[in-house]
Design a protein around this ligand. Structure first.
Ligand code: HEM
Length: 117
């Protein structure tokens, strides 16, 4: 089930990227993906005690997956802040554009490593 939800968030991000110059579609799509990913992380923590598992002799791959996931979450925050600046003040557009490459790479790596841990 978690894989299906994660795939859905990824597809929504892809749709948001394809609609990056169409604000009315881009923003709700990206915020939806953020909400789904956040909900998914909370669900995994509540049902599988993920933080507890990581603190008890985690494999290198699990540590890498956790690191990527934390950076991805920070990435969402950066994207939202930069997005708001583009929207309200027409500033930080280059930051938003370049951070998007890093963020989308992190999200893709999060997806791939989630199948390997
Ligand atoms: C979370 C992941 C997000 C990604 C990966 C992303 C990515 C992008 C990219 C690649 C562009 C095109 C920039 C360019 O080439 O100049 C763009 C444009 C834009 N994004 Fe985002 N974005 C995200 C979230 C958001 C959010 C949450 C907001 C608003 C709060 C936002 C607001 C905007 C605005 C206003 C534009 C300019 C659209 C236009 O040209 O009319 N983005 N975004």
């Amino acid at each position: 089930m978690t894989y299906a939800v994660s795939t859905l968030a990824l597809l929504i991000l892809a749709a948001g990227f394809l609609n990056r110059f169409h604000r009315r579609r881009h923003i709700p799509l990206m915020l939806s993906a953020f909400a789904i990913d956040l909900g998914l992380l909370l669900h995994i923590e509540i049902t599988r005690h993920a933080i507890e598992k990581v603190s008890r002799q985690p494999s290198r791959l699990l540590l890498l997956h956790v690191l990527i996931s934390v950076l991805m979450l920070l990435g969402y925050v950066v994207m939202v802040c930069a997005g708001i600046m583009v929207l309200r003040r027409n500033r930080w557009r280059r930051l938003h554009r370049h951070a998007a490459k890093v963020f989308l790479t992190l999200r893709a790596l999060n997806y791939v490593t989630s199948y390997l841990v």
